[in-house]
Ligand binder design. Structure first.
Ligand code: 5GP
Ligand code: ZN
Length: 111
């Protein structure tokens, strides 16, 4: 989607601190980290939010969660634990309308 910030990041039109990339997803550090480890994982395909997901996205979601688990092991936050969050819509606090999973860790997170 041409006017989407995260599509521009995937395309390299806006710089980002890349953590991981493969054919279907891209992971990069959040510009305003809320924890010592805070990165975002996004599908390369534009999807507005988790509210737009269907059964046909099952493989994509399984892949994204497997990538998150691998990255958290590599980054050393898997043992103590971490949080995966996706905000949906205005009340959910979603500011970028491209599906993204926040991954937060590296400290005891507030409940
Ligand atoms: P949301 O509020 O939609 O759940 O999360 C959007 C996230 O994207 C926020 O945590 C925000 O800090 C991050 N963000 C917004 N613009 C940029 C950017 O240009 N680069 C990076 N790396 N993160 C961004
Ligand atoms: Zn997009």
């Amino acid at each position: 989607m041409s006017d989407c910030l995260f599509c521009k990041i995937i395309a390299g039109e806006i710089p980002s601190s890349k953590v991981y990339e493969d054919d279907v997803c891209y992971a990069f550090n959040d510009i305003d980290p809320q924890a010592p480890t805070h990165f975002l994982v996004i599908p390369k395909q534009h999807i507005d939010s988790a509210a737009a997901l269907t059964e046909s996205d099952a493989a994509l979601l399984g892949h994204i969660y497997a990538v998150i688990a691998d990255l958290c092991r590599q980054l050393g936050v898997a043992e103590n634990g971490y949080r995966v969050v996706t905000n949906v819509g205005a009340d959910g606090g979603q500011s970028v309308k491209h599906l993204h999973f926040h991954v937060l860790g590296g400290e005891k997170l507030p409940v």
